[in-house]
Design a protein. Sequence first.
Length: 401
Amino acid sequence: MKPNDLPQTPWTMARRAERMNPSVIREILKVTEKPGIISFAGGLPSPRTFPVAEFEAACAQVLRDDPQGALQYAASEGYGPLRELVAAMLPWSVDPAQVLITTGSQQGLDLVAKILIDEGSRILVETPTYLGALQAFTPMEPAVESVASDDAGVDIADLAAKVGTGAGKARFLYVLPNFQNPTGRTMTEARRAALVAKAAELGLPLIEDNPYGDLWFDNAPALPLTARNPDGCIYLGSFSKVLAPGLRLGFIVAPKAMYPKLLQAKQAADLHSPGFNQRLVAEVMKDGFLDRHVPTIRAQYKTQRDAMLQALAQDMPAGVSWNTPDGGMFLWARLPEGMNAVDLLPHAVEKGVAFVPGAAFYADHADPRTMRLSFVTPSVEEIRRGVAALAATIREHQGGS
């Protein structure tokens, strides 16, 4: 009997698999691979910032120092010297024993979901929020609820009204205080202090995600939420935005009471993050390299942000609005009344430019007029041409959506 003649096997999907959704951004990125497309869609760090020479030297050094150890299985917690470097670079007192190295900060979100969410658990997120977090949380079948947010961050009164009590109390609030993905906004000092105080009063844990915090342009952001209440927060960080995303390395800083379960979830997921990559990062970081390297990223991204702001001001028709991010990789724009970013996207692609419709970043009550524009990967000239093409697309379809 040939394989094609065998009876069809009846696969039964788990319910959580049915709740998994493709990444809207990753699907759009497939479109941007077409020749000539200027992409404002991806949250991809500029490859011009990758420290290739430093990693080339680190590879040789790691393989000279301990090749067998570098290529062997490793501890689930992570490479000890790297955990120490992470603890030392954070702006509050952190025991390296609280640091868990993850396979990107995206895995951190997955581990948090596995240990904190039951079916039907209520969890709170900003409005809007990071799409990748929604993807990580959704398979655990929570009830996700948005908390009203403004330019200063989470609305404290709305948060207090939505936390709840008893069995229906929210498990946590997920928040990105610095140069948020997707909006680029930064939570103010006053709002951070109020949020930490109210969360502590309500007994609400905070999940603080900070992949962009080092990418400030003029002034460093205020102290992290976790620094203000370490036992009430889980903190997520990443090396993707300051070194290279292909390494797939991030980290969690967890309260000591939470660490063992996160570690067990990590062991079940992948045993450990790539040990060779961890040693490379530790080798590159050990002499203070980030202090020299990250300012070059900030300078480049600020130039590109400024180019996008200038182009938007020059080319966009009346009715289009946008913010001015103080750092990070993204700018948040809103189309004129009556327009829909999802409907606009294919027309923009026809003109050679792509973006991410903002509706994908909302847990509920999405604003169809919003869009996320990333300014860090295209060149200044591409930004100018891409914004001009996007503006032309908006003009053609304004009033006709």
